[in-house]
Write a protein that binds this ligand. Structure first.
Ligand code: ACO
Length: 329
């Protein structure tokens, strides 16, 4: 079957108004602005208010993307939300977003693969468009990780923030999607997980007392694997696209830790001005981090037609992935 092309025609992003600076965290955690800045590159993160949900953030980003593209919600054939902090177990957050946008009859589904969500989503959405199933897809990465954080655990509470980024993908003559490399390994889920709340360990009083319904992470282990897998995935994605490191215009990595981003940039031999980082402002927003960074970069006029972008992420699962993308007019 001959595949068609796909391109991005709209971008948008949004973060909650409430900003939590490193100095705010010092108020109740045994931590410091110096430690957080040096170990992670983070200065601030945005945390949703009580009652502010993932679909609330996604909706704002989606409306911005529609406005950017000059489209109505009813012009979209399918809605996908990448999130591990959905409004509910079900309905899917994508269904909520579609209905709230006024496109309630459209297909909509969520992708749950933590920080790699946008990479998996971009791969799936591009495939659906290139194979002719849909003409236009709204792909959103949206999270309210603050709702599943143990705010008394300094090893995780400092890292995560809330936000949403949206892109609209459209069938096109030219083809932006050049390659994808995805992977996962859940042989040790306890490295990064929320232990209770699913079918293996439903929430009960003991789980709540031990805060097993909140994020637990073995950061040092994750750090090492993240660096290795992000570099491997990037190398394989470049190979699949018959590209070399010097062909890359811009690296847009998942914003988990400035030191992880620096390691990936070092491997790709990319100078700092070609690596998009906004970790100082948002912290780690999981599936939202890459689409937020992309939206900011596009809106700042820093991406030109023909530019080759590498998107790369690593996260819970464990999971990882990279996509190479040629920006189209
Ligand atoms: N403030 C001060 N000290 C701290 C803090 C803190 N917030 N957190 C930990 N420490 C201490 C530790 O207790 C330890 O003290 P010790 O030496 O006395 O035992 C010391 O600092 C060093 O701890 P490490 O865990 O070794 O610190 P590290 O340099 O590895 O940084 C971090 C920790 C930032 C969590 C890092 O490991 C990391 O970024 N890991 C990867 C996170 C990630 O990428 N997650 C994947 C995506 S998330 C997702 O998918 C949802």
């Amino acid at each position: 079957m001959a595949l068609g092309g796909v391109k991005i025609v709209g971008v948008g992003h949004h973060a909650p108004a409430h900003v939590v600076a490193n100095s705010d965290l010092e108020q109740w955690l045994d931590t410091s602005d110096e430690w957080i800045t040096a170990r992670t590159g983070m200065k601030r993160r945005h945390w949703a208010a009580a009652g502010e949900s993932t679909s609330d953030l996604a909706l704002v980003a989606a409306n911005q993307a529609l406005e950017y593209a000059g489209l109505q919600a009813t012009d979209i054939d399918c809605f996908i939300v990448c999130t591990v902090t959905p409004d509910y177990y079900f309905p899917a957050t994508a269904c909520l977003v579609a209905a709230r946008l006024g496109a309630k009859d459209r297909p909509a589904f969520d992708i749950s693969i933590a920080c790699s969500g946008f990479i998996y989503g971009l791969t799936a959405a591009s495939g659906l468009i290139r194979s002719g199933v849909y003409q236009r897809i709204m792909l959103i990465g949206a999270e309210t990780l603050s709702k599943i954080l143990n705010k008394d655990d300094r090893s995780t509470a400092i890292l995560f923030g809330d936000g949403a980024g949206a892109v609209i993908l459209e069938a096109a003559q030219e083809n932006s999607f050049l390659s994808s490399e995805l992977g996962s390994d859940a042989s040790r889920p306890e490295l990064l997980y929320v232990e209770a709340g699913g079918s293996r360990h439903p929430i009960d009083r003991a789980a709540l007392d031990e805060r097993l319904n909140l994020v637990q992470m073995q950061g040092r282990e994750i750090f090492k694997t993240a660096v290795i897998k992000m570099i491997e995935a990037t190398a394989k994605a470049l190979e699949k696209a018959a590209l070399s490191k010097s062909d890359i215009t811009l690296l847009i990595p998942h914003q988990a830790n400035k030191r992880i981003i620096d390691a990936a940039a070092h491997y790709l031999e990319m100078p700092g001005d070609k690596v998009v980082t906004n970790i100082h402002e948002y912290g780690n927003t999981s599936a939202a981090s890459i689409p937020i960074a992309l939206s900011e970069t596009v809106r700042a006029g820093k991406i030109q037609p023909g530019n080759v972008i590498v998107f790369v992420a690593f996260g819970g699962g464990l999971s990882w992935g990279a996509v190479t993308w040629r920006w189209a007019a």
